[in-house]
Design a protein around this ligand. Structure first.
Ligand code: ASP
Ligand code: CP
Length: 343
């Protein structure tokens, strides 16, 4: 039976732990110290019908770092879907060309519909306000790595999810993924009208976790281990919501002042990115750049090992990587970004 990665619903804790183990093993390749060719000859089809930088490029790079190559199409304009071609036909056609497919599409459920027509593994790279399972896996991998560095454990941790929890597919997938683990405390803070859907809260509570909902960030968060901030997904608002939306007030902003006043020295700050850097957006503030608590670029870097692990397991080569690797020959900088903190 073909396995796809369409939703966190299909993942068990054991499968998640296996993926994280494979991701740890491929780190030297993801960090450009070693190379492997286990997917030599394989071709990935990257189909992105919505804007993307990280997911599109990192899936592409992860496949190339395993030795494969990539064909892609971006936007409806350059795809025959613009001529009315169905998801079924597109799926069958693409399956004749490639060995795995990553797809992002603006409609919830569309990637699953696409996957029904193919025996080639399909990965959901984001389906409207639905899910973004590979992002949740890289987020969990980031939390796990940061916690090992800080000597913390996920069991009993306190996490804050904030921003657009209604339309943010990354938090939908992440909260489901976290719920597979030992009980933790999750606080939710969102601007009015952008709250986490009730069915997700009910699911997480039914699995023994403590969920707390607060109206704003204006309170003490000293025992917080992780702040996960998100962008307001205005592109998913109904017409009525857009007309009535007056912006996010400053009481929802995560910046250096908030961190210093309300949080501990070892609280990490995450964001799936992109952050909306326009001043009126009041998204995660760039004044935290260079602060070791800001984990957002370590988080994006973690997209490579996780996506390599996803391909390696879906295509059944994870046990071959150990045997097929050698050192790189080109120059790799010690620090990738100029502001990267030492931690
Ligand atoms: N990049 C993430 C997504 O596609 C989050 C966002 O766009 O705000 O879901
Ligand atoms: N985090 C994420 O999905 O980023 P992109 O939208 O740039 O792919």
């Amino acid at each position: 039976m073909t396995s796809h990665l369409l939703s966190v619903d299909s993942l068990s804790r054991e499968r998640v732990e296996h993926l994280l183990r494979v991701a740890r093993r491929v780190e030297p390749i993801a960090q450009r110290r070693q190379i492997t060719r286990v997917l030599e000859g394989a071709v990935l089809g990257n189909l992105f019908f919505e804007a993307s930088t990280r997911t599109r490029v990192s899936f592409n790079a992860a496949f190339c770092r395993l030795g494969g190559s990539v064909c892609d199409t971006t936007g409806f304009t350059f795809s025959s879907m613009a001529k009315g071609e169905s998801l079924y036909d597109t799926s069958r056609v693409m399956s004749g060309y490639v060995d795995a497919i990553v797809m992002r599409h603006p409609e919830q459920g569309s990637v699953s519909e696409f996957a029904q027509a193919t025996n080639v593994p399909v990965i959901n790279g984001g389906d409207g306000p639905g899910e973004h399972p590979s992002q949740a896996l890289l987020d969990l991998y980031t939390i796990d790595k940061e916690f090992s560095r800080l000597g913390k454990s996920l069991a009993g941790a306190h996490l804050l999810l904030t921003g657009d929890l209604k339309f943010g597919r990354t938090v939908h997938s992440l909260i489901k993924l976290l719920s597979l683990f030992d009980p933790m405390h999750i606080t939710l803070v969102s601007p009015p009208g952008l709250e986490m859907p009730d069915h997700l809260i009910d699911l997480v509570v039914s699995r023994g976790h403590r969920i707390e909902q607060r109206q704003s960030l204006a309170s003490d968060f000293r025992d917080l281990d992780v702040i996960y901030t998100t962008r307001i997904q205005k592109e998913r608002f109904t017409e009525e919501m857009s007309e009535n939306f007056t912006g996010v007030s400053r009481e929802f902003i995560v910046d250096r002042a908030f961190m210093n006043r309300h949080c501990a020295q070892d609280t990490i700050v995450m964001h799936p990115l992109p952050r909306d850097s326009r001043p009126e957006a009041n998204d995660l503030d760039p004044d935290l750049n260079g602060d070791p608590r800001l984990a957002i670029f370590r988080q994006t870097d973690n997209g490579i090992p996780i996506r390599m692990a996803i391909f390696a397991t879906l295509l059944g080569v994870e046990e071959l990587i150990e045997r097929d690797r050698r050192d790189v020959r080109w120059f790799v900088p010690e620090k990738i970004g100029v502001d990267d903190a030492d931690c």
